[in-house]
Design a protein around this ligand. Structure first.
Ligand code: HEM
Length: 134
């Protein structure tokens, strides 16, 4: 049994995203992508990514940037060669954050959808395989 609640509303998504990005930014495997290449301003970025997840989890069409979700990663891939290991780590941290904060149908759906979107993204980008020297 768990005493964790499910992801129920926008506030829950915001909390999930802040916690996820806080750990990504300092992560030894992918942190550099966010701090060095993308130089993300979290106060501007988190509302956008939270819109994306609110649209997916609650079918609320607040994310209006459609294909941008894929395109920004093509552009990023031109600056940093995204590898399978980066996606594996992204997913690991996303699932770890969810599991620490939430439990339930929406939490499960978020994990499921992240895996399928990451797969699609890697196919579209043509992600390079793991590099053992990294
Ligand atoms: C290796 C894995 C990933 C890395 C390094 C990464 C990195 C980034 C970065 C740096 C941005 C900001 C780009 C910019 O504003 O210029 C971004 C945006 C975004 N990412 Fe990712 N990402 C990854 C995987 C994913 C996955 C798997 C998803 C979805 C499940 C996702 C969803 C998004 C969305 C929705 C945006 C906002 C797009 C917009 O501006 O409308 N990312 N990502």
């Amino acid at each position: 049994m768990t005493d964790l609640k499910d992801i129920e509303n926008r506030r829950d998504i915001d909390k999930l995203m802040w916690s996820f990005y806080e750990r990504m930014m300092v992560d030894p495997v992918i942190g550099f992508i966010f701090t060095h290449y993308a130089k993300l301003d979290l106060n501007a970025h988190i509302p956008v990514i939270a819109d994306f997840w609110e649209t997916i989890l609650f079918q609320k069409p607040v994310y209006k940037r459609g294909p941008k979700a894929m395109e920004v990663h093509f552009d990023l891939n031109k600056k940093v060669q995204l590898r399978k290991q980066h996606f594996t780590r992204w997913l690991y941290l996303f699932h770890q954050t969810i599991d620490e904060l939430y439990f339930g149908t929406k939490a499960g759906l978020a994990k499921e959808r992240s895996v399928s979107i990451a797969k699609l993204m890697q196919n579209r980008i043509g992600t390079l395989p793991d590099c053992t020297e990294m």
